[in-house]
Design a protein around this ligand. Structure first.
Ligand code: DGT
Ligand code: CA
Ligand code: CA
Ligand code: ZN
Length: 588
Protein backbone atom coordinates (compact mmCIF):
# COMPACT_ATOMS: atom_id res chain seq x y z
CA UNK A 1 0.00 0.00 0.00
CA UNK A 2 1.57 3.33 -1.02
CA UNK A 3 1.90 6.11 1.54
CA UNK A 4 -1.51 7.64 1.58
CA UNK A 5 -1.54 11.38 1.05
CA UNK A 6 -5.32 11.69 0.79
CA UNK A 7 -5.62 11.26 4.56
CA UNK A 8 -3.20 14.11 5.11
CA UNK A 9 -0.94 11.74 7.03
CA UNK A 10 2.77 12.38 6.66
CA UNK A 11 5.50 10.32 8.26
CA UNK A 12 7.35 12.19 10.98
CA UNK A 13 11.05 12.07 10.23
CA UNK A 14 12.46 13.72 13.35
CA UNK A 15 11.42 13.62 16.97
CA UNK A 16 8.49 12.01 18.66
CA UNK A 17 4.76 12.41 18.77
CA UNK A 18 2.89 13.10 22.02
CA UNK A 19 2.82 9.50 23.21
CA UNK A 20 6.52 9.12 22.52
CA UNK A 21 7.27 12.25 24.53
CA UNK A 22 4.99 11.09 27.33
CA UNK A 23 6.75 7.74 27.48
CA UNK A 24 10.08 9.43 28.18
CA UNK A 25 8.64 11.78 30.80
CA UNK A 26 7.04 8.86 32.64
CA UNK A 27 10.24 6.88 32.49
CA UNK A 28 12.06 9.84 34.05
CA UNK A 29 9.46 9.83 36.85
CA UNK A 30 9.93 6.08 37.44
CA UNK A 31 13.70 6.39 37.51
CA UNK A 32 13.56 9.38 39.89
CA UNK A 33 11.32 7.37 42.14
CA UNK A 34 13.76 4.46 42.24
CA UNK A 35 16.47 6.98 42.99
CA UNK A 36 14.45 8.33 45.89
CA UNK A 37 14.39 11.86 44.50
CA UNK A 38 12.14 14.72 45.53
CA UNK A 39 8.46 13.60 45.46
CA UNK A 40 7.29 16.92 43.96
CA UNK A 41 9.68 16.52 41.07
CA UNK A 42 8.54 12.94 40.53
CA UNK A 43 4.93 14.02 40.52
CA UNK A 44 5.65 16.87 38.10
CA UNK A 45 7.15 14.46 35.55
CA UNK A 46 4.39 11.90 35.97
CA UNK A 47 1.66 14.55 35.60
CA UNK A 48 3.55 16.02 32.68
CA UNK A 49 3.52 12.59 31.01
CA UNK A 50 -0.25 12.34 31.46
CA UNK A 51 -0.87 15.85 30.18
CA UNK A 52 1.25 15.29 27.09
CA UNK A 53 -0.29 11.87 26.36
CA UNK A 54 -3.81 13.28 26.53
CA UNK A 55 -3.17 16.52 24.69
CA UNK A 56 -5.26 16.72 21.52
CA UNK A 57 -2.66 18.58 19.44
CA UNK A 58 0.83 17.69 18.33
CA UNK A 59 3.21 19.20 20.90
CA UNK A 60 6.17 18.95 18.56
CA UNK A 61 4.64 21.86 16.65
CA UNK A 62 4.78 24.23 19.66
CA UNK A 63 7.57 26.51 20.90
CA UNK A 64 8.44 27.12 24.58
CA UNK A 65 5.82 29.84 25.00
CA UNK A 66 3.14 27.68 23.41
CA UNK A 67 4.02 24.75 25.68
CA UNK A 68 3.87 26.87 28.81
CA UNK A 69 0.33 27.91 28.00
CA UNK A 70 -0.73 24.32 28.65
CA UNK A 71 -1.89 24.01 32.28
CA UNK A 72 0.51 21.86 34.29
CA UNK A 73 3.52 22.45 32.02
CA UNK A 74 6.10 24.70 33.71
CA UNK A 75 9.42 26.06 32.54
CA UNK A 76 11.46 22.90 33.24
CA UNK A 77 9.02 20.53 31.62
CA UNK A 78 8.67 22.79 28.58
CA UNK A 79 12.44 22.72 28.12
CA UNK A 80 12.55 18.92 28.35
CA UNK A 81 9.63 18.54 25.96
CA UNK A 82 11.30 20.79 23.39
CA UNK A 83 14.47 18.76 23.66
CA UNK A 84 12.66 15.43 23.40
CA UNK A 85 10.47 16.46 20.50
CA UNK A 86 13.46 17.71 18.55
CA UNK A 87 15.95 14.97 19.30
CA UNK A 88 13.92 11.94 20.37
CA UNK A 89 15.29 12.02 23.92
CA UNK A 90 16.76 14.42 26.48
CA UNK A 91 20.04 14.64 28.37
CA UNK A 92 18.33 14.30 31.75
CA UNK A 93 16.72 11.01 30.73
CA UNK A 94 20.03 9.71 29.42
CA UNK A 95 21.75 10.59 32.71
CA UNK A 96 19.17 8.65 34.70
CA UNK A 97 19.40 5.68 32.36
CA UNK A 98 23.16 5.71 32.90
CA UNK A 99 22.52 5.39 36.62
CA UNK A 100 19.88 2.67 36.37
CA UNK A 101 19.52 0.26 33.48
CA UNK A 102 15.97 0.46 32.04
CA UNK A 103 15.48 -3.25 32.83
CA UNK A 104 15.04 -2.29 36.49
CA UNK A 105 11.75 -0.73 35.42
CA UNK A 106 10.39 -4.24 34.80
CA UNK A 107 10.66 -4.83 38.54
CA UNK A 108 8.45 -1.83 39.24
CA UNK A 109 5.64 -3.52 37.30
CA UNK A 110 5.66 -6.58 39.55
CA UNK A 111 2.71 -6.91 41.90
CA UNK A 112 3.69 -5.50 45.30
CA UNK A 113 7.16 -4.23 44.40
CA UNK A 114 7.55 -0.48 44.82
CA UNK A 115 10.35 1.90 43.86
CA UNK A 116 11.94 1.77 47.30
CA UNK A 117 12.26 -1.99 47.09
CA UNK A 118 13.65 -1.79 43.56
CA UNK A 119 16.21 0.80 44.63
CA UNK A 120 17.29 -1.33 47.59
CA UNK A 121 17.56 -4.48 45.50
CA UNK A 122 19.61 -2.64 42.92
CA UNK A 123 21.94 -0.96 45.40
CA UNK A 124 22.45 -3.77 47.88
CA UNK A 125 22.31 -6.81 45.62
CA UNK A 126 23.07 -5.41 42.19
CA UNK A 127 19.76 -6.79 40.90
CA UNK A 128 19.25 -5.39 37.39
CA UNK A 129 16.79 -7.74 35.75
CA UNK A 130 13.90 -10.05 36.63
CA UNK A 131 16.23 -13.03 36.24
CA UNK A 132 18.65 -11.46 38.73
CA UNK A 133 15.76 -10.90 41.08
CA UNK A 134 14.60 -14.50 40.91
CA UNK A 135 18.14 -15.75 41.58
CA UNK A 136 18.45 -13.39 44.55
CA UNK A 137 15.17 -14.65 46.03
CA UNK A 138 15.83 -18.35 45.53
CA UNK A 139 19.35 -17.83 46.89
CA UNK A 140 17.86 -16.38 50.09
CA UNK A 141 19.68 -13.09 49.59
CA UNK A 142 16.58 -10.91 49.63
CA UNK A 143 15.47 -11.99 53.10
CA UNK A 144 18.88 -11.07 54.43
CA UNK A 145 18.38 -7.40 53.61
CA UNK A 146 17.23 -5.22 56.46
CA UNK A 147 13.53 -4.47 56.17
CA UNK A 148 12.74 -7.24 53.67
CA UNK A 149 12.46 -10.63 55.39
CA UNK A 150 11.24 -14.05 54.20
CA UNK A 151 7.68 -12.84 53.73
CA UNK A 152 8.70 -10.18 51.24
CA UNK A 153 10.91 -12.70 49.49
CA UNK A 154 8.09 -15.17 48.96
CA UNK A 155 5.78 -12.36 47.83
CA UNK A 156 8.29 -11.40 45.17
CA UNK A 157 8.68 -15.02 44.07
CA UNK A 158 4.92 -15.33 43.75
CA UNK A 159 4.75 -12.16 41.67
CA UNK A 160 7.53 -13.48 39.45
CA UNK A 161 5.76 -16.80 38.98
CA UNK A 162 2.50 -15.10 38.04
CA UNK A 163 4.28 -12.89 35.59
CA UNK A 164 5.96 -15.90 34.04
CA UNK A 165 2.77 -17.89 33.74
CA UNK A 166 0.53 -15.29 32.15
CA UNK A 167 1.90 -11.81 31.84
CA UNK A 168 3.95 -11.32 28.78
CA UNK A 169 1.74 -13.66 26.78
CA UNK A 170 -1.19 -12.44 24.76
CA UNK A 171 -4.25 -13.93 23.09
CA UNK A 172 -3.72 -14.63 19.40
CA UNK A 173 -6.43 -12.20 18.22
CA UNK A 174 -4.92 -9.37 20.29
CA UNK A 175 -1.48 -10.14 18.90
CA UNK A 176 -2.96 -10.13 15.38
CA UNK A 177 -4.56 -6.74 15.86
CA UNK A 178 -1.37 -5.22 17.19
CA UNK A 179 0.74 -6.83 14.47
CA UNK A 180 -1.65 -5.61 11.77
CA UNK A 181 -1.35 -2.05 13.08
CA UNK A 182 2.45 -2.20 13.17
CA UNK A 183 2.68 -3.80 9.73
CA UNK A 184 0.36 -1.14 8.25
CA UNK A 185 2.52 1.58 9.80
CA UNK A 186 5.72 0.02 8.45
CA UNK A 187 4.12 -0.27 4.99
CA UNK A 188 3.40 3.44 4.97
CA UNK A 189 7.09 4.07 5.61
CA UNK A 190 8.34 1.47 3.16
CA UNK A 191 5.66 0.93 0.53
CA UNK A 192 7.72 -1.45 -1.60
CA UNK A 193 9.13 -3.61 1.19
CA UNK A 194 7.93 -7.15 1.93
CA UNK A 195 6.73 -7.21 5.53
CA UNK A 196 5.62 -10.46 7.17
CA UNK A 197 4.75 -11.41 10.75
CA UNK A 198 6.46 -14.67 11.72
CA UNK A 199 6.93 -16.62 15.00
CA UNK A 200 4.03 -18.01 17.02
CA UNK A 201 1.69 -15.51 15.38
CA UNK A 202 2.25 -16.98 11.93
CA UNK A 203 1.87 -20.48 13.31
CA UNK A 204 -1.49 -19.47 14.80
CA UNK A 205 -0.63 -20.41 18.40
CA UNK A 206 -3.45 -19.55 20.81
CA UNK A 207 -1.14 -17.22 22.72
CA UNK A 208 1.87 -15.24 21.56
CA UNK A 209 4.83 -14.21 23.70
CA UNK A 210 5.94 -11.49 21.33
CA UNK A 211 5.40 -10.29 17.80
CA UNK A 212 8.14 -11.02 15.28
CA UNK A 213 8.18 -9.15 11.99
CA UNK A 214 10.52 -9.77 9.04
CA UNK A 215 11.23 -7.12 6.45
CA UNK A 216 12.97 -7.37 3.09
CA UNK A 217 13.60 -4.43 0.79
CA UNK A 218 14.00 -1.65 3.35
CA UNK A 219 16.92 -0.10 5.22
CA UNK A 220 17.70 1.11 8.74
CA UNK A 221 15.48 4.16 8.31
CA UNK A 222 12.50 1.84 8.63
CA UNK A 223 13.80 0.58 11.97
CA UNK A 224 14.17 4.19 13.10
CA UNK A 225 10.59 4.84 12.06
CA UNK A 226 9.45 1.72 13.94
CA UNK A 227 10.94 2.99 17.21
CA UNK A 228 8.92 6.17 16.75
CA UNK A 229 5.60 4.34 16.42
CA UNK A 230 3.10 6.07 18.69
CA UNK A 231 2.43 2.90 20.66
CA UNK A 232 6.09 2.33 21.52
CA UNK A 233 6.54 2.61 25.26
CA UNK A 234 10.18 1.63 25.49
CA UNK A 235 12.87 0.78 22.95
CA UNK A 236 14.58 -2.41 24.12
CA UNK A 237 17.20 -2.60 21.40
CA UNK A 238 17.97 -0.70 18.24
CA UNK A 239 20.60 -1.78 15.72
CA UNK A 240 21.28 -1.90 11.98
CA UNK A 241 19.25 -5.02 11.27
CA UNK A 242 17.01 -5.48 14.31
CA UNK A 243 14.95 -3.35 16.64
CA UNK A 244 12.89 -4.43 19.62
CA UNK A 245 10.37 -2.33 21.45
CA UNK A 246 7.80 -2.68 24.16
CA UNK A 247 4.42 -1.37 23.10
CA UNK A 248 1.65 -0.06 25.24
CA UNK A 249 -0.41 -2.99 26.46
CA UNK A 250 2.77 -4.95 27.06
CA UNK A 251 3.48 -6.27 23.56
CA UNK A 252 7.11 -6.76 22.65
CA UNK A 253 7.70 -6.38 18.93
CA UNK A 254 10.90 -7.47 17.18
CA UNK A 255 11.49 -6.16 13.66
CA UNK A 256 14.29 -7.71 11.59
CA UNK A 257 15.69 -6.67 8.23
CA UNK A 258 16.84 -9.53 6.02
CA UNK A 259 18.41 -9.49 2.53
CA UNK A 260 16.35 -10.85 -0.36
CA UNK A 261 18.64 -13.85 -0.92
CA UNK A 262 17.95 -15.01 2.66
CA UNK A 263 14.30 -14.09 2.92
CA UNK A 264 12.96 -17.64 2.60
CA UNK A 265 15.47 -19.05 5.07
CA UNK A 266 14.75 -16.26 7.56
CA UNK A 267 10.98 -16.73 7.17
CA UNK A 268 11.48 -20.41 7.84
CA UNK A 269 13.81 -19.90 10.80
CA UNK A 270 11.86 -17.17 12.58
CA UNK A 271 8.50 -18.82 12.04
CA UNK A 272 9.72 -21.79 14.07
CA UNK A 273 8.69 -23.56 16.09
CA UNK A 274 11.96 -24.30 17.79
CA UNK A 275 11.10 -28.02 17.80
CA UNK A 276 10.29 -27.95 14.07
CA UNK A 277 13.52 -26.09 13.32
CA UNK A 278 15.64 -28.54 15.25
CA UNK A 279 14.08 -31.51 13.46
CA UNK A 280 14.59 -29.76 10.14
CA UNK A 281 18.21 -28.93 10.90
CA UNK A 282 18.86 -32.57 11.77
CA UNK A 283 17.37 -33.62 8.49
CA UNK A 284 19.61 -31.14 6.68
CA UNK A 285 22.69 -32.53 8.39
CA UNK A 286 21.68 -36.04 7.31
CA UNK A 287 21.57 -34.79 3.72
CA UNK A 288 25.03 -33.21 3.90
CA UNK A 289 23.51 -29.75 4.18
CA UNK A 290 23.57 -26.90 6.65
CA UNK A 291 20.37 -24.97 7.42
CA UNK A 292 20.30 -21.63 9.18
CA UNK A 293 18.51 -18.30 8.94
CA UNK A 294 20.68 -17.28 5.97
CA UNK A 295 20.01 -20.25 3.74
CA UNK A 296 20.69 -23.89 2.94
CA UNK A 297 24.36 -24.63 2.21
CA UNK A 298 26.34 -27.69 1.22
CA UNK A 299 28.48 -28.86 4.11
CA UNK A 300 31.51 -29.73 1.94
CA UNK A 301 32.06 -26.50 -0.01
CA UNK A 302 29.70 -24.11 1.79
CA UNK A 303 27.96 -23.31 -1.50
CA UNK A 304 24.44 -21.93 -1.33
CA UNK A 305 21.66 -24.32 -2.30
CA UNK A 306 18.56 -22.30 -1.37
CA UNK A 307 17.39 -19.35 0.70
CA UNK A 308 15.34 -16.84 -1.27
CA UNK A 309 11.96 -18.52 -0.80
CA UNK A 310 10.55 -20.87 1.79
CA UNK A 311 9.44 -23.28 -0.91
CA UNK A 312 13.06 -23.55 -2.10
CA UNK A 313 14.30 -24.13 1.43
CA UNK A 314 11.88 -27.00 2.02
CA UNK A 315 12.47 -28.37 -1.46
CA UNK A 316 16.25 -28.41 -0.87
CA UNK A 317 15.52 -30.69 2.09
CA UNK A 318 13.34 -32.97 -0.04
CA UNK A 319 10.14 -31.66 1.49
CA UNK A 320 6.89 -30.15 0.32
CA UNK A 321 6.24 -26.66 1.73
CA UNK A 322 4.70 -27.10 5.17
CA UNK A 323 1.86 -24.77 6.26
CA UNK A 324 3.05 -22.70 9.27
CA UNK A 325 0.22 -24.01 11.50
CA UNK A 326 1.69 -27.51 11.27
CA UNK A 327 5.26 -26.58 12.19
CA UNK A 328 5.33 -28.04 15.70
CA UNK A 329 7.26 -31.26 15.06
CA UNK A 330 4.09 -33.30 15.41
CA UNK A 331 4.62 -35.49 12.37
CA UNK A 332 4.56 -32.81 9.69
CA UNK A 333 8.08 -33.51 8.43
CA UNK A 334 7.37 -37.21 7.85
CA UNK A 335 4.13 -36.24 6.09
CA UNK A 336 5.98 -33.74 3.91
CA UNK A 337 8.50 -36.43 2.89
CA UNK A 338 5.78 -38.76 1.64
CA UNK A 339 3.54 -36.03 0.19
CA UNK A 340 0.84 -36.72 2.78
CA UNK A 341 0.40 -33.30 4.30
CA UNK A 342 -3.28 -32.61 4.97
CA UNK A 343 -5.16 -30.08 2.83
CA UNK A 344 -6.18 -27.94 5.73
CA UNK A 345 -9.65 -26.52 6.20
CA UNK A 346 -10.04 -22.79 5.50
CA UNK A 347 -12.20 -20.20 7.25
CA UNK A 348 -14.02 -19.50 3.98
CA UNK A 349 -15.13 -23.13 3.77
CA UNK A 350 -17.41 -22.83 6.80
CA UNK A 351 -21.04 -22.78 5.67
CA UNK A 352 -22.76 -22.82 9.03
CA UNK A 353 -22.40 -21.76 12.65
CA UNK A 354 -23.96 -23.92 15.32
CA UNK A 355 -23.59 -22.02 18.58
CA UNK A 356 -24.96 -18.56 19.32
CA UNK A 357 -27.19 -16.69 21.72
CA UNK A 358 -30.06 -14.26 21.19
CA UNK A 359 -32.04 -11.82 23.32
CA UNK A 360 -33.97 -14.80 24.71
CA UNK A 361 -31.00 -15.30 27.09
CA UNK A 362 -27.71 -13.42 27.25
CA UNK A 363 -27.31 -12.46 23.59
CA UNK A 364 -27.69 -8.84 22.50
CA UNK A 365 -29.49 -9.35 19.20
CA UNK A 366 -32.69 -10.91 17.92
CA UNK A 367 -33.08 -14.14 15.96
CA UNK A 368 -33.64 -12.14 12.78
CA UNK A 369 -30.69 -9.87 13.50
CA UNK A 370 -28.44 -12.88 13.93
CA UNK A 371 -29.69 -14.38 10.65
CA UNK A 372 -28.97 -11.15 8.78
CA UNK A 373 -25.47 -10.91 10.22
CA UNK A 374 -24.85 -14.56 9.39
CA UNK A 375 -25.86 -13.91 5.80
CA UNK A 376 -23.48 -10.94 5.68
CA UNK A 377 -20.73 -13.21 7.02
CA UNK A 378 -21.36 -15.62 4.14
CA UNK A 379 -23.05 -18.34 6.18
CA UNK A 380 -25.83 -20.54 4.80
CA UNK A 381 -27.24 -21.91 8.05
CA UNK A 382 -27.10 -21.24 11.80
CA UNK A 383 -28.39 -22.76 15.00
CA UNK A 384 -29.72 -20.45 17.71
CA UNK A 385 -28.64 -22.12 20.94
CA UNK A 386 -29.67 -20.10 23.97
CA UNK A 387 -28.87 -21.17 27.52
CA UNK A 388 -30.91 -23.57 29.65
CA UNK A 389 -32.49 -22.80 33.03
CA UNK A 390 -29.49 -23.63 35.24
CA UNK A 391 -27.87 -20.44 34.01
CA UNK A 392 -30.35 -18.26 35.85
CA UNK A 393 -27.95 -15.33 35.62
CA UNK A 394 -28.26 -15.48 31.85
CA UNK A 395 -32.06 -15.88 32.05
CA UNK A 396 -31.72 -19.52 30.92
CA UNK A 397 -34.73 -21.25 29.37
CA UNK A 398 -36.87 -23.93 31.04
CA UNK A 399 -38.64 -26.57 28.91
CA UNK A 400 -41.66 -24.44 28.22
CA UNK A 401 -39.70 -21.34 27.19
CA UNK A 402 -37.25 -23.45 25.19
CA UNK A 403 -40.04 -24.89 23.06
CA UNK A 404 -41.74 -21.52 22.61
CA UNK A 405 -38.36 -20.08 21.56
CA UNK A 406 -37.89 -22.98 19.14
CA UNK A 407 -41.22 -22.13 17.52
CA UNK A 408 -40.06 -18.53 17.01
CA UNK A 409 -36.77 -19.68 15.51
CA UNK A 410 -38.57 -22.01 13.09
CA UNK A 411 -40.92 -19.23 12.10
CA UNK A 412 -37.89 -17.20 11.08
CA UNK A 413 -36.33 -20.03 9.02
CA UNK A 414 -35.15 -18.67 5.70
CA UNK A 415 -34.87 -15.09 6.99
CA UNK A 416 -32.17 -13.27 4.99
CA UNK A 417 -31.80 -16.50 3.02
CA UNK A 418 -30.34 -18.33 6.01
CA UNK A 419 -31.60 -21.72 7.21
CA UNK A 420 -32.26 -21.66 10.95
CA UNK A 421 -32.07 -24.53 13.40
CA UNK A 422 -33.84 -24.40 16.75
CA UNK A 423 -31.20 -25.44 19.23
CA UNK A 424 -30.21 -25.11 22.85
CA UNK A 425 -27.00 -24.94 24.87
CA UNK A 426 -28.09 -27.20 27.69
CA UNK A 427 -26.13 -27.31 30.95
CA UNK A 428 -24.55 -30.56 32.06
CA UNK A 429 -25.30 -31.02 35.76
CA UNK A 430 -22.49 -32.17 38.08
CA UNK A 431 -23.75 -35.77 37.86
CA UNK A 432 -23.85 -35.77 34.05
CA UNK A 433 -27.62 -35.52 33.74
CA UNK A 434 -28.96 -32.67 31.64
CA UNK A 435 -30.69 -29.48 32.68
CA UNK A 436 -33.75 -30.07 30.44
CA UNK A 437 -35.85 -33.23 30.10
CA UNK A 438 -35.47 -35.61 27.15
CA UNK A 439 -38.97 -34.87 25.89
CA UNK A 440 -37.99 -31.24 25.38
CA UNK A 441 -34.54 -32.01 23.89
CA UNK A 442 -36.11 -34.49 21.45
CA UNK A 443 -38.27 -31.73 19.97
CA UNK A 444 -35.34 -29.47 19.10
CA UNK A 445 -33.25 -29.53 15.92
CA UNK A 446 -29.85 -29.52 17.63
CA UNK A 447 -28.60 -29.88 21.21
CA UNK A 448 -25.26 -28.64 22.51
CA UNK A 449 -24.35 -29.66 26.05
CA UNK A 450 -21.85 -27.66 28.11
CA UNK A 451 -20.32 -27.46 31.56
CA UNK A 452 -20.86 -24.05 33.17
CA UNK A 453 -20.61 -24.92 36.87
CA UNK A 454 -18.95 -27.28 39.39
CA UNK A 455 -15.50 -27.09 37.78
CA UNK A 456 -13.87 -28.54 40.86
CA UNK A 457 -14.77 -32.21 40.34
CA UNK A 458 -11.85 -34.60 40.21
CA UNK A 459 -10.64 -36.13 36.97
CA UNK A 460 -12.71 -39.29 37.04
CA UNK A 461 -15.87 -37.50 38.18
CA UNK A 462 -15.48 -34.93 35.42
CA UNK A 463 -14.85 -37.64 32.82
CA UNK A 464 -17.93 -39.58 33.96
CA UNK A 465 -19.97 -36.39 33.88
CA UNK A 466 -19.03 -35.66 30.25
CA UNK A 467 -19.40 -39.28 29.10
CA UNK A 468 -22.81 -39.59 30.73
CA UNK A 469 -23.98 -36.42 29.01
CA UNK A 470 -22.67 -37.67 25.65
CA UNK A 471 -24.64 -40.89 26.10
CA UNK A 472 -27.94 -39.02 26.19
CA UNK A 473 -29.72 -39.91 22.95
CA UNK A 474 -30.58 -36.29 22.12
CA UNK A 475 -27.16 -34.74 22.45
CA UNK A 476 -25.49 -33.69 19.18
CA UNK A 477 -22.49 -31.55 20.21
CA UNK A 478 -20.37 -30.97 23.31
CA UNK A 479 -19.71 -27.23 23.67
CA UNK A 480 -16.31 -25.87 24.81
CA UNK A 481 -15.44 -29.35 26.10
CA UNK A 482 -12.40 -28.55 28.28
CA UNK A 483 -13.65 -25.41 30.04
CA UNK A 484 -10.34 -23.63 29.69
CA UNK A 485 -10.14 -19.83 29.67
CA UNK A 486 -6.82 -18.98 28.07
CA UNK A 487 -4.48 -17.00 30.36
CA UNK A 488 -7.13 -17.19 33.09
CA UNK A 489 -8.20 -20.70 33.93
CA UNK A 490 -6.77 -24.11 33.15
CA UNK A 491 -9.00 -26.77 31.61
CA UNK A 492 -10.72 -28.86 34.26
CA UNK A 493 -9.05 -32.23 34.63
CA UNK A 494 -10.69 -34.89 32.44
CA UNK A 495 -9.70 -37.87 30.32
CA UNK A 496 -9.79 -36.63 26.72
CA UNK A 497 -9.33 -40.17 25.37
CA UNK A 498 -12.41 -41.43 27.24
CA UNK A 499 -14.51 -38.48 26.12
CA UNK A 500 -13.37 -38.88 22.52
CA UNK A 501 -14.11 -42.62 22.69
CA UNK A 502 -17.65 -41.90 23.92
CA UNK A 503 -18.15 -39.35 21.15
CA UNK A 504 -16.86 -41.79 18.54
CA UNK A 505 -19.19 -44.51 19.83
CA UNK A 506 -22.30 -42.29 19.78
CA UNK A 507 -21.60 -39.99 16.83
CA UNK A 508 -21.57 -36.87 18.99
CA UNK A 509 -19.51 -33.98 17.58
CA UNK A 510 -17.02 -31.96 19.62
CA UNK A 511 -16.93 -28.19 19.30
CA UNK A 512 -14.06 -25.85 18.61
CA UNK A 513 -15.50 -22.80 20.37
CA UNK A 514 -14.24 -19.55 18.82
CA UNK A 515 -14.55 -17.21 21.79
CA UNK A 516 -11.10 -15.69 21.79
CA UNK A 517 -10.17 -16.80 25.29
CA UNK A 518 -11.70 -20.27 24.90
CA UNK A 519 -10.53 -21.72 21.57
CA UNK A 520 -11.79 -24.94 23.07
CA UNK A 521 -11.13 -27.72 22.04
CA UNK A 522 -7.47 -26.87 21.77
CA UNK A 523 -5.42 -27.84 18.72
CA UNK A 524 -3.98 -30.89 20.50
CA UNK A 525 -7.35 -32.18 21.74
CA UNK A 526 -9.07 -31.53 18.42
CA UNK A 527 -6.41 -33.61 16.73
CA UNK A 528 -7.05 -36.49 19.13
CA UNK A 529 -10.74 -36.28 18.18
CA UNK A 530 -9.93 -36.25 14.47
CA UNK A 531 -7.63 -39.23 14.79
CA UNK A 532 -10.43 -41.25 16.44
CA UNK A 533 -12.97 -40.36 13.74
CA UNK A 534 -14.98 -37.92 15.86
CA UNK A 535 -16.66 -35.15 13.87
CA UNK A 536 -15.81 -31.57 14.84
CA UNK A 537 -17.73 -28.34 14.48
CA UNK A 538 -16.30 -24.81 14.52
CA UNK A 539 -18.75 -22.42 16.17
CA UNK A 540 -18.61 -18.75 17.14
CA UNK A 541 -20.63 -18.81 20.38
CA UNK A 542 -21.65 -15.33 19.23
CA UNK A 543 -23.49 -13.19 21.76
CA UNK A 544 -24.13 -10.42 19.21
CA UNK A 545 -24.14 -9.89 15.46
CA UNK A 546 -20.45 -9.03 15.63
CA UNK A 547 -19.50 -12.47 16.93
CA UNK A 548 -19.33 -14.26 13.57
CA UNK A 549 -15.94 -12.77 12.72
CA UNK A 550 -14.42 -14.98 15.42
CA UNK A 551 -14.86 -18.06 13.25
CA UNK A 552 -11.53 -17.06 11.78
CA UNK A 553 -9.71 -18.02 15.00
CA UNK A 554 -11.46 -21.37 15.27
CA UNK A 555 -10.41 -22.16 11.72
CA UNK A 556 -6.80 -21.54 12.74
CA UNK A 557 -7.14 -23.94 15.69
CA UNK A 558 -8.65 -26.50 13.30
CA UNK A 559 -5.72 -26.13 10.93
CA UNK A 560 -3.28 -26.62 13.79
CA UNK A 561 -5.25 -29.80 14.57
CA UNK A 562 -4.60 -31.08 11.00
CA UNK A 563 -8.30 -30.86 10.14
CA UNK A 564 -9.40 -31.13 6.53
CA UNK A 565 -12.83 -29.90 5.42
CA UNK A 566 -14.32 -33.40 5.72
CA UNK A 567 -13.47 -33.51 9.44
CA UNK A 568 -15.58 -30.42 10.11
CA UNK A 569 -19.36 -30.95 9.93
CA UNK A 570 -20.18 -27.31 9.26
CA UNK A 571 -18.24 -27.23 6.01
CA UNK A 572 -21.03 -29.39 4.59
CA UNK A 573 -24.04 -28.01 2.72
CA UNK A 574 -27.14 -27.75 4.93
CA UNK A 575 -28.82 -31.10 4.16
CA UNK A 576 -25.58 -33.04 4.45
CA UNK A 577 -24.78 -31.23 7.67
CA UNK A 578 -28.12 -32.21 9.19
CA UNK A 579 -27.65 -35.81 8.13
CA UNK A 580 -24.35 -35.81 10.02
CA UNK A 581 -25.93 -34.83 13.34
CA UNK A 582 -26.14 -37.57 15.91
CA UNK A 583 -29.95 -37.36 16.21
CA UNK A 584 -30.34 -38.26 12.54
CA UNK A 585 -27.96 -41.20 12.68
CA UNK A 586 -29.21 -44.70 13.38
CA UNK A 587 -28.90 -45.47 17.11
CA UNK A 588 -26.18 -48.07 17.50
P1 DGT B 1 6.51 -16.94 21.46
O1 DGT B 1 7.10 -15.64 21.01
O2 DGT B 1 6.95 -17.35 22.80
O3 DGT B 1 5.03 -16.97 21.33
O4 DGT B 1 7.04 -18.09 20.47
P2 DGT B 1 7.87 -17.99 19.13
O5 DGT B 1 7.80 -19.33 18.50
O6 DGT B 1 7.42 -16.84 18.30
O7 DGT B 1 9.36 -17.81 19.65
P3 DGT B 1 10.41 -16.61 19.56
O8 DGT B 1 9.75 -15.30 19.36
O9 DGT B 1 11.29 -16.78 20.74
O10 DGT B 1 11.27 -16.97 18.29
C1 DGT B 1 10.71 -16.97 16.99
C2 DGT B 1 11.18 -18.16 16.23
O11 DGT B 1 12.60 -18.07 16.02
C3 DGT B 1 11.02 -19.48 16.96
O12 DGT B 1 9.74 -20.04 16.76
C4 DGT B 1 12.09 -20.32 16.33
C5 DGT B 1 13.19 -19.35 16.06
N1 DGT B 1 14.19 -19.43 17.12
C6 DGT B 1 14.43 -18.52 18.07
N2 DGT B 1 15.42 -18.91 18.87
C7 DGT B 1 15.82 -20.12 18.42
C8 DGT B 1 16.80 -21.06 18.83
O13 DGT B 1 17.54 -20.86 19.80
N3 DGT B 1 16.92 -22.20 18.11
C9 DGT B 1 16.12 -22.45 17.03
N4 DGT B 1 16.28 -23.58 16.34
N5 DGT B 1 15.18 -21.60 16.63
C10 DGT B 1 15.02 -20.45 17.30
CA1 CA C 1 7.49 -14.68 18.98
CA1 CA D 1 10.85 -12.84 19.24
ZN1 ZN E 1 -21.27 -21.98 27.00
Amino acid sequence: MPACSSTGWTPKVFGLDNLGIARILREVADLLEIKGDNPFKIRAYRNGGDIVANHPHDLAALDAAGLREIPGIGKDLATRILEISAAGSCAYHRELIAEFPPSVLDMLRLQGVGPKTVATLYRELGVRTLDDLEAACTGGRVRAIKGMGPKKESLILKALAERKQYAGRHLLPDAHNTADAVVAYLREHAPTAQITPVGSLRRGCDTCGDIDILVTGADGALLDAFTRHRLVERVLGHGDTKSSALLQGGFQVDVRLVPAESRGAALQYFTGSRAHNIALRDRAIGLGLKLNEYGVFRTDDESRVAGATEEDVYAALGLAWIPPELRENRGEIAAAVTGQLPSLVRHGELRGDLHMHSTATDGRDTIEGMAEAAAAAGLEYIAITDHSQALAMANGLDEKRALAHAARIRAADGHAGVRLLAGIECDIRPDGTLDLDDECLAQLDLVIVSVHSAFNLDRSQMTDRLVRAIENRWVDIVGHPSGRLILRREAYPFDIEAVVAAAARTGVALEINCQVNRLDLSDVHARVARDRGVPLVISSDAHSTRGFSRLRWGAIVARRAWLQPEHVLNTRPFEAFQAGLRRHRQPS
